[in-house]
Ligand binder design. Structure first.
Ligand SMILES: [Fe+2]
Length: 167
């Protein structure tokens, strides 16, 4: 695999038409692409574990903000969406644990799993609410301002955020 190759290429079809959410999804894709580079360049277990931790921390923060948006907008499928988030987080947690326990690296499995996992979250789960929110006439502008502040508050001085910024 050449190192210059982008592992997960962002495309407009992933947009949910809410800028803050799109930005966060793109950042999740960036973390996965960074993980791909760390694996291709054999940067070592410690670096890889740090990036995985950042992916988990970023995802938890992103899901919490997304759930807040859906709740404020009184999204009718809120419970189902939250359950999907919980399922995806449990899968990610399991993968991180498996990675720590396996004797042989499971990098290939991990990368393809994460790519599908992110696609499932963005395309399979999130595109469902964007249309509903737009139809309901809910104004996302004030939520976006709040979410940006909240993200800073939730990630500031967190270890995973420091690791990611330095990666
Ligand atoms: Fe999302």
């Amino acid at each position: 695999m050449p190192n210059t190759e982008v592992f997960f290429k962002w495309s407009p079809e992933y947009s949910v038409n809410i800028q803050t959410i799109d930005n966060q999804h793109q950042e999740l894709v960036n973390i996965l692409n960074r993980l791909f580079i760390a694996i291709s360049k054999h940067e070592g277990d410690k670096v890889i574990a740090g990036i995985l931790d950042a992916l988990l921390g970023y995802t938890q923060t992103h899901f919490a903000l997304e759930e807040r948006l859906l709740k404020q907008a009184k999204y009718k499928d809120f419970d189902a969406h939250k359950a999907e988030h919980e399922k995806l987080l449990a899968q990610l947690d399991q993968l991180c644990k498996k990675h720590l326990l396996e004797e042989k690296p499971i990098y290939f499995e991990m990368l393809s799993f994460l790519k599908n996992w992110l696609k499932e979250h963005i395309k399979g789960v999130d595109t469902k609410y964007s249309a509903a929110l737009q139809l309901s006439g809910f104004s996302v502008a004030s939520w976006e301002r709040e979410a940006t502040r909240e993200f800073a508050r939730m990630s500031d001085s967190k270890k995973w955020w420091e690791v990611w910024k330095a990666a």
